[in-house]
Design a protein. Structure first.
Length: 437
C-alpha cells in the first residue's frame, strides 16, 4: 500500500494550484510555518528543510538542491467558490473502506472537494487523512539522515586509508632508494654528476658531492670515479671543498678520477675538474673561465632622479661597504678588489697543481677567458676528446656505469613539501593563538 500524506492548495496569479506536501529532494513536508508555503516575497514555494525553491505555477525547481525535480501536482478545479481536486491512479483519498478500483463509487471517477476555500492570498493545506502521516514523514527523514551518515563515514575511512598508503609509499621509497648500490658489487665505473650552479643547497653542493664521492671510493667494486660535468661554476668555497676531498680520497683509496665535460666546465666547475687525473671534453665544450667576480648594482643615479634619500646608519666605518644605494667608496672598492685578487691567486695555484706540466700557460690563461674543448686540449687545460661511455669502456675498462649522485626522488620531494606545509600550518596556528598583553 502507498504511504499517507498531506497536500496543499494555494492561489497564485489568480489561479489555484495544488501539490503534495513533499519536497522533491528530501521526502518531508515543506511548510515552514503551519499553512505557510511561499517565501516572504510570495514569489516562490519554499522548502522548510533546506531552502529549495519551486515555481508555484508548475512546481519545477528553480534553486537549491532540488536540481531538476518537480513537486507532485494535483489536478484541481474551482467552481462556485469551492475548489475540487481529482484523484489519480497514484493519489487517492484515504478512507478505511475505500471501494474497489473501477466500481461506481471509485473516487477516481468523480471530483473531490478540497479541504477548504481559497480566497485571494490564502493558503490552506489539505488535511492528513490518517494519524500516522507525520510519523511516516519523520521516518523517511530519519532514514535519509542515516544514509547520509553512512556515506560520510565511508568517505572518512577512505581518505584515512589513502593518507596511510601515501605515508607508507613515501617511507618505502625514501629508505629503499637511499643507496644506489651495496658493497661488494661487481666491477663498475662510478659516476657522479656535477650539474648546474655549484652552491650550498643545490644538487651540486659540496655536501652532496662529497657524500657521493665517499660512497664511490669506498665501494670495492668501483674501479674508478668519473665526474660528468655540465656547470657554469659557482661558489669558490664549495668548489674548493670538493677539490680538497677528491685529492684526499684519491690518496686514501688509490683510485683514479676522470672528469668528463659535456656542455660546459667553467669557473668553479673547472676548479673541481683539475683535481681529476685526466679531463675529457667534447670538441665543442666550453672550458676555462679561470677568474673571480663580484657583481652588483648601483642605484645612486636613479635615486637622485626620483628624489629618494638614502639614510644608512652604521657602527663601524666599513659596515656599509658595497651598499648599492650609496656612492662607491674608493678605499672600500680597492679592498674588495684585493680580496677577489687573492681568491683568484688561490684558483690559479689549484689549476697549476692539478694540471702540472700539461698546462701551456699564456697571458690569457688566467684572464677569465674560456675556450672550446678542442682549443682547451691544445692549451693543456684538458687532455683528450671523449665521453662517459668511452672513458668507462676504453680507459677504466669497466663498461657498467653505476650512478652515485644523490638525488631526491619523487617520494622524497613530496615528503619535503608535505613537511614544509605542516610546518607552515603550525607556524600559522601559533601566530593565531591569543596573546597575553
Amino acid at each position: 500500500m502507498g504511504a499517507a500524506g498531506r497536500a496543499f492548495a494555494l492561489r497564485f496569479d489568480g489561479n489555484v494550484v495544488a501539490y503534495l506536501n513533499r519536497c522533491s529532494h528530501v521526502p518531508t513536508e515543506m511548510d515552514w510555518q503551519p499553512g505557510e508555503f511561499l517565501d516572504s516575497d510570495r514569489r516562490w514555494i519554499l522548502c522548510s528543510i533546506h531552502g529549495a525553491m519551486y515555481e508555484p505555477a508548475d512546481g519545477r525547481c528553480v534553486s537549491g538542491p532540488c536540481g531538476r525535480g518537480r513537486l507532485t501536482a494535483i489536478r484541481v478545479e474551482e467552481e462556485g467558490g469551492q475548489v475540487y481536486w481529482y484523484p489519480s491512479r497514484d493519489i487517492r483519498p484515504l478512507s478505511p473502506d475505500d471501494p474497489a478500483p473501477g466500481s461506481p463509487d471509485d473516487p477516481q471517477r468523480r471530483p473531490q472537494p478540497a479541504a477548504g476555500r481559497t480566497g485571494p492570498g490564502r493558503r490552506r493545506p489539505m488535511p492528513a487523512r490518517h494519524p500516522w502521516a507525520l510519523e511516516s514523514s519523520l521516518e523517511r527523514v530519519a532514514r535519509e539522515l542515516l544514509r547520509q551518515q553512512r556515506t560520510d563515514r565511508r568517505w572518512r575511512v577512505f581518505f584515512r586509508l589513502a593518507w596511510l598508503g601515501l605515508v607508507l609509499a613515501v617511507a618505502w621509497a625514501v629508505f629503499s632508494q637511499r643507496a644506489h648500490v651495496q658493497a661488494g658489487t661487481k666491477a663498475h665505473t662510478a659516476l657522479i654528476e656535477v650539474q648546474g650552479e655549484i652552491a650550498a643547497g643545490n644538487e651540486a653542493s659540496a655536501e652532496a658531492l662529497v657524500s657521493a664521492l665517499k660512497s664511490a671510493f669506498e665501494d670495492p667494486g668501483a674501479q674508478a670515479v668519473v665526474l660528468r660535468i655540465n656547470s657554469p661554476g659557482g661558489s669558490p668555497v664549495q668548489s674548493g671543498i670538493v677539490n680538497d676531498e677528491i685529492r684526499r680520497l684519491k690518496a686514501l683509496h688509490k683510485k683514479k678520477v676522470y672528469a668528463v665535460v659535456e656542455e660546459m666546465c667553467a669557473s668553479g666547475a673547472y676548479y673541481i675538474a683539475v683535481a681529476a687525473d685526466e679531463i675529457y671534453v667534447d670538441k665543442a665544450s666550453l672550458v676555462g673561465s679561470i677568474g673571480v667576480l663580484m657583481d652588483g648594482f648601483g642605484f645612486v643615479g636613479l635615486m637622485d632622479k626620483l628624489g629618494i634619500e638614502r639614510r644608512l646608519l652604521t657602527a663601524g666605518d666599513n659596515k656599509g661597504m658595497l651598499d648599492p644605494f650609496s656612492p662607491q667608496n674608493e678605499r672600500q672598492t680597492a679592498y674588495a678588489k684585493a680580496m677577489i685578487d687573492q681568491i683568484h691567486q688561490q684558483f690559479i695555484a689549484v689549476v697549476k697543481r692539478g694540471r702540472g706540466d700539461r698546462l701551456k700557460e699564456t697571458p690569457e690563461t688566467f684572464s677569465g677567458l674560456f675556450w672550446s674543448g678542442e682549443e682547451a686540449i691544445r692549451l693543456g687545460l684538458a687532455d683528450k676528446l671523449g665521453n662517459l661511455d668511452y672513458v668507462a669502456r676504453e680507459v677504466v675498462k669497466a663498461e657498467e656505469v653505476v650512478d652515485y649522485t644523490p638525488r631526491d626522488n619523487v617520494a622524497e620531494r613530496l615528503a619535503k613539501r608535505f613537511g614544509a606545509a605542516v610546518g607552515q600550518g603550525a607556524v600559522k596556528a601559533l601566530r593565531e593563538l591569543p596573546r597575553l598583553h
